[in-house]
Design a protein around this ligand. Structure first.
Ligand code: G3P
Length: 239
């Protein structure tokens, strides 16, 4: 599997409010080929783009994402916390985001980020919506349970296992979830672990890399891709 080298983190990185359609537009304008975003379930079971279980950090709402239905989430302001210029940005649904990605020609890494206790349902529902999309995408999750549920729902969709540090049992966990790529924190990466993953033929992507020198060092070591809040550090042709 080939990953885009530069993947805009949470849609547009630092240049737009995270997990919004505005982020996708900016990523596309910068010439990104790949974007990453987080998905969890609204109260009506519709997958939406949101990183945290709580609304306060990124939106005008209060309380748990899982307690509001997707229409109410769509009426929140998910942009002003980043900058008042983005005040009209709603919390998008996964379906809207995937439609945008397809229209903009963006490859999408859909991170399944279930609220506690919703791992199976979130994995299944996100995979079902992703399977209906027309663009190219990859599912990923820190939750092996969510990845297995996604595989049960749509086995043909590629999956990546997300970890902080690469664990000793990474092979077993990838086998068990059918993952074809490994995404790990850049700060915890070791040369030996990277070598073992590369020798096994899996691409390794690192998050979150916001300095170009660090990205170049990781690429030289054999890392396939980086998630970055600063896709503007690269020219379109380099991505
Ligand atoms: O998917 C890579 C990276 O985004 C994982 O960290 O906290 O942003 O979901 P986080």
């Amino acid at each position: 599997m080939i990953l885009p080298r530069i993947i805009a983190h949470r849609c547009g990185g630092a240049l737009a409010p995270e997990n919004t359609l505005a982020g996708l537009k900016i990523a596309a304008r910068l010439g990104c080929h790949g974007v990453e975003f987080d998905t969890k379930l609204a109260a009506d079971g519709i997958p939406v783009l949101m990183h945290d279980e709580l609304l306060e950090r990124t939106t005008s709402g209060h309380g748990r994402v899982a307690d509001l239905d997707s229409l109410r989430l769509a009426r929140l302001d998910a942009g002003s916390r980043h900058h008042p210029a983005f005040a009209v940005e709603p919390v998008p649904t996964l379906e809207e985001a995937l439609r945008f990605c397809a229209a903009l020609g963006l490859w999408a890494n859909v991170e399944i980020k279930p609220a506690a206790g919703q791992e199976v349902e979130t994995g299944r529902v996100v995979a079902r919506h992703a399977a209906a999309a027309t663009g190219k995408l990859l599912l990923s999750s820190f939750s092996s349970v969510a990845l297995r549920a996604a595989a049960d729902e749509a086995a043909h969709l590629p999956r990546a296992m997300l970890v902080e540090a690469i664990p000793a049992d990474w092979r077993e966990r990838m086998m068990e979830t059918g993952a074809r790529a490994l995404h790990s924190a850049a700060r915890a990466l070791t040369v030996d672990a990277l070598q073992a993953v590369s020798d096994a033929g899996f691409p390794l992507a690192c998050y979150t890399v916001n300095r170009r020198e660090e990205a170049e060092r990781l690429f030289a070591m054999g890392v396939s891709a980086v998630f970055t809040d600063r896709p503007d550090l690269w020219a379109s042709a380099e991505m």
